[in-house]
Write a protein that binds this ligand. Structure first.
Ligand SMILES: [Zn+2]
Length: 271
């Protein structure tokens, strides 16, 4: 089973959604979709509409929900309401404070209890008009090192570092997935999968001491995520190809390839 764990719901147009789903089917791929508001300069489809579409195309689309991490407690009632409607995971991005702020810990605790994996955006984020209003530190708040506290506090919580830290924090993100059993990463975004060679990735994920050639266990901490959009489904097709090429170049065995391309996420979601 192939699962793209990183896809954006940026259109509510039924024809565009249908075309996106058709492209997923062509890729033999299910997609975990996140929408939500207050992305910093972007608003995507509201969570409820994301869930509606995912329920309509439930063989292909899997709903993640985006909750606001801002300057007050996270609305856990809203989380429960969305989970009752079918949400399978959570997307976090553009927080007011760093991801490891006290205010956000109850959300992580609840996600651990409910078995909801969390996809955290990390690294590069383009400046936008909202930045001028909020005047918040954006990149620093989304440094992968901020995931150390949630990861070690909630060791059954599955955490995915989106974009493997981007070029700002490749090493930090790689070290996080090597150290924490419950932390994974995707290479989403063409800046990531095109900018990162198989050779560099193999070096980042190499064991600290090379005793034998078993860095497969670190490669197994990658999950397929493309960063595609409903309006740009071809990103998923390109992303899938790049993942497969990288895995082939580093000589990953079939078990590792299956885990990365969807097996790991399928086990979290009970699929
Ligand atoms: Zn993304």
């Amino acid at each position: 089973m192939i699962i793209d764990f990183h896809a954006h719901f940026n259109s509510g147009d039924p024809a565009e959604v249908k075309a996106f789903v058709a492209n997923c089917e062509k890729n033999n791929c299910r997609a975990a979709m996140s929408g939500g508001l207050h992305y910093g300069g972007h608003d995507f489809l509201p969570n409820d509409q994301v869930i509606d579409y995912c329920n309509e195309y439930k063989d292909v689309l899997i709903p993640l929900v985006k909750l606001d991490l801002w300057d007050k407690p996270v609305d856990l009632d809203e989380l429960h309401r969305l989970v009752d409607r079918g949400a399978k995971g959570v997307k976090c991005i553009y927080p007011y404070y760093e991801y490891d702020h006290d205010l956000y810990m109850p959300l992580y605790e609840e996600c651990e209890k409910l078995g909801l994996p969390i996809l955290f955006h990390t690294g590069n984020y383009r400046p936008n008009e909202e930045d001028m209003r909020s005047r918040r530190p954006i990149l620093k708040n989304m440094n992968p090192i901020n995931l150390d506290r949630p990861a070690r506090s909630f060791q059954k919580l599955k955490i995915v570092i989106a974009h493997l830290g981007t070029t700002f924090w490749r090493v930090q993100a790689a070290e996080m997935i090597k150290m924490h059993d419950n932390v994974y990463a995707d290479l989403a975004g063409s800046g990531s999968w095109m900018g990162l060679s198989a050779n560099e990735l193999a070096q980042l994920l190499a064991p600290w001491v090379i005793l034998c050639r078993d860095n497969a266990k670190h490669f197994k901490k990658l999950v397929f995520g493309s960063d595609c959009y409903v309006k740009i489904p071809s990103i998923q097709t390109d992303g899938k190809l790049h993942y497969e090429q990288i895995l082939r170049k580093v000589g990953a065995d079939q078990e590792t390839r299956d885990a990365v391309m969807g097996g790991t996420v399928a086990s979290w979601l009970g699929l």
